[in-house]
Ligand binder design. Sequence first.
Ligand SMILES: C[S@@+](CC[C@H](N)C(=O)[O-])C[C@H]1O[C@@H](n2cnc3c(N)ncnc32)[C@H](O)[C@@H]1O
Length: 255
Amino acid sequence: MQAMQSIYETGVLLQQYLLFHYGTAEDQLPFPFGPRDALFYPVRCVTAFASFIGQPGRALDLGCAVGRSTFELARYAGEAVGIDLSESFIKAAQAMQRDGEISFFRLEEGTVTTPLRRSLAAGIDRRRCRFQTGDATVYDPALGTFDVVLAANLLDRVRSPRGLLQNCVRYLRPGGTLILASPYTWLPDFTPIEAWLGGRPDSEGRRVETLARLRTLLEPGCKLLHTAELPFLIREHARKYQWSVAQATVWRRNP
Ligand SMILES: C[S@@+](CC[C@H](N)C(=O)[O-])C[C@H]1O[C@@H](n2cnc3c(N)ncnc32)[C@H](O)[C@@H]1O
């Protein structure tokens, strides 16, 4: 009963994201089989592009959730700022920043949970990070400009993907690097259909792919440097997972 109250009081999604960001491989996938290369996505969204990131002064993680990619960006950047709409996610990221470890529940079956406490990976200077609530589709000049902007799994979760892209570029200094990653799961619950960047026919009935639309929208100001396929695994409960493949694109803002 206590476990049931805990997970539902603190939010199933929050617990799921804490496991996704901070759980060990064994916590997330305790079977001798399964897609191990899909683990640690919030880490790979940064490390897979280390050669493009370099050693930036400032990095921005839009839609940072509970913060793992922001912490990973702090391995490279002097300052890493994580922004998310969700106050409970930001509070969890701030708790990890303060304590270097965090407690959460892993849902097993029905209302049964396992309590876990996990530490942040070694070698990250937590003082370099800052987390705040904010809407990535609303430009905030107070944030300043950044050498690197990351938006992982955010594009298909906002009402205005075009507004998000515009802001990503506005936050980038000339010559800066933009990393977008998304499985392009376009859903009317998140994004009005007329605002989808792909996954629906254009006015002449032609099939439109999101990458082609990204190029149309971004290439006037940015150059596409690289694309990559990034699998990721989100554990819902002991016997149910979401396995997805994000497409990552790396862009350089024109000098
Ligand atoms: C699918 S999750 C991805 C989180 C994280 N980047 C990752 O890869 O695990 C999307 C995140 O974006 C946040 N979000 C949704 N709309 C947002 C907005 N307009 N501005 C900032 N964050 C937003 C959600 O709260 C959630 O944490």
